[in-house]
Design a protein around this ligand. Structure first.
Ligand code: ADP
Length: 501
């Protein structure tokens, strides 16, 4: 297969230079659709590489914070232009390193482009407030201030979009960055950092350190000189990072698991709902934090829904995502495939009805990758593990429900709260769902997946810790408010005392 980048050793990017790891070790990054294909060698970094990157970012922060925000934004704007020019090349490389189909990796790169343009625009906003003082001859306003070095730890399912969601708001606000991408997808981060470099980002402002969680992620998340940590990944690791940051009162933003639901009511447009459940359940091989891994269907349309949904699932074309005919790619790695297979056994064991799939795909070329058949469990009860736990694979659990109230109870009855959706034509029911679904995202008549960069992204309960990514909410996380009072009265004026009658 033609490759746009010859396999080679990709280094860390520290203080404006591509740097060898201190330990000198490298690991292989292989194509999950064809493990015979080596995408590249990446360095296994350790604490001393993290130290070097944090030192560079600390030094660079002294000057970067003083660059006017519109000037910082111009660099981002140029980076967005470069991303746009190289979208196709980066999308293909992303499909090779993580397996999702080309249409989706183009979407991933586009998300990075959108976020970069959007945050470039913020360089001329970053608004604060002015407000009258309670005292005469006194002026009051609030401004945003940057914080310092931001540690970023990212997952493999959106290899360019997620790093861009974190980096672009942090940078435009005047912070510097140390990025530790997921082990499975460092190449897309490499491309993103390369583009920022070409766009003119000064030395040390952005640093990239590849490696695994315990050796590179953990020292970054605990580093004394890193006041801000932004993480996307599993709830288990998010908890470790929150605990690691607590003694130093780090600002920690966590985007974690989901067990998202599509509710199909009795008046739903079934064609639309089935299309949505296919896209929501099997897009990115179900490996999205917003994936619709549960579908709750009203009993009166349940038989019809199941029949047609399963037919569509059986027709899905699985294979190498670079082939335009393919609709679903592989699992990211062997471990993830094994997790999916173990949940299939769990589902069978707890009495869920296997309607299609349930096995690894190994015929022909598929044997070279980590492919699993798109799988549907029917007649699930809401408390089954397959209906409660995040599987992060191509497995959808369908739950029959008898009423709107029951649907909401089932939807909210999981430990996560990222995204939920309802298919209905009843406007009253749609508004009641928007009010009662306790999630960070609610969709009406569309599946659970698909985030726009200018709206807040995140979830409730064990999905997040109260912060939101994207939109102006990302700027809120990467800045702190400073309140400024200017007293030009030439007298001592005491707030709450001198103006009280
Ligand atoms: P996933 O299951 O999606 O891979 P993880 O939470 O395991 O999610 O990984 C997300 C990111 O967190 C990756 O970049 C990974 O290397 C990193 N990571 C894993 N363990 C730790 C840890 N103990 N400390 C810091 N980062 C970690």
């Amino acid at each position: 297969m033609a490759t746009s980048v010859a396999p080679r050793v990709y280094k860390n990017f520290i203080n404006g230079e591509w740097a060898e790891p201190r330990g000198g070790e490298a690991y292989e990054n292989r194509n999950p659709a064809n493990t015979e294909e080596l995408v590249g060698m990446f360095v296994s970094s350790g604490p001393s590489d993290i130290d070097a990157a944090v030192d560079a970012a600390t030094e660079a922060y002294k000057t970067w914070r003083l660059v006017p925000a519109p000037k910082r934004a111009e660099i981002l704007y140029r980076a967005a232009e470069l991303l746009l020019q190289r979208k196709e090349e980066f999308s293909k490389d992303m499909t090779r390193e993580m397996g999702k189909v080309l249409a989706e990796t183009r979407g991933d790169v586009q998300e990075a482009i959108d976020m970069t343009y959007y945050m470039a625009g913020e360089g001329r906003r970053l608004f604060g407030q002015t407000t009258p003082s309670e005292l005469p001859n006194k002026f009051a306003m609030s401004v945003r201030q940057s914080i310092g070095v931001c540690g970023m730890i990212t997952p493999w399912n959106f290899p360019m979009a997620i790093p861009s969601w974190k980096m672009m708001p942090a940078l435009v606000a005047g912070n510097t960055v140390v990025l530790k991408p997921a082990e499975d997808t460092p190449l897309s981060s490499y491309h993103l950092v390369q583009v920022l470099t070409e766009a003119g980002i000064p030395r040390g402002v952005v640093n990239l350190v590849s490696g695994d969680g315990p050796n590179a992620g953990a020292p970054l998340s605990k580093h004394k000189k890193v006041p801000v940590v932004s993480f996307t990944g599993s709830t288990a690791v998010g908890r470790i990072i929150a605990e690691a940051g607590a003694p130093d009162f780090k600002h920690v933003s966590l985007e974690m698991g989901g067990k998202n639901i599509i509710i199909v009511m009795d008046d739903a447009n079934l064609d639309l709902a089935i299309d949505g459940a296919i896209w929501g359940g099997f897009g990115t091989t179900g490996q999205r934090c917003t994936a619709a891994s549960r579908v709750a269907v009203h009993k009166s349309v349940y038989p019809e829904f199941i029949k047609r949904f399963v037919e569509c699932v059986k027709a899905l074309k699985v294979g190498d995502g670079l082939d335009p005919k393919i609709e679903m790619g592989p699992c990211i790695n062997e471990q993830q495939l094994k997790t999916v297979m173990s949940y299939v056994e769990i589902g069978k064991g707890e009495g869920a009805k296997m309607l299609t799939g349930g096995n690894r795909l190994e015929t022909g070329a598929l044997a070279k990758g980590w492919f699993h058949a798109p799988t549907v469990f029917g007649d699930c009860s809401p408390k089954m593990r397959v209906a409660q736990e995040e599987i992060f694979g191509p497995v959808v659990s369908v739950i029959p429900i008898g009423s709107f109230e029951e649907a909401i109870e089932v939807a909210n009855g999981v430990p996560y709260g990222l995204s939920a959706s309802i298919y209905t034509k009843n406007v009253n029911q749609a508004f009641a769902a928007m009010r009662d679904l306790y999630t960070g995202i609610v969709y009406v008549n569309a599946p659970t997946i698909g985030a726009e960069t200018h709206l807040p992204f995140g979830g409730t309960k064990q999905t997040g810790n109260g912060h939101r990514e994207a939109a102006i909410s990302a700027i809120d996380f990467f800045t702190e408010w400073k309140t400024l009072y200017i007293d030009y009265s030439d007298t001592l004026q005491r707030a709450q005392i001198d103006n009280a009658d």
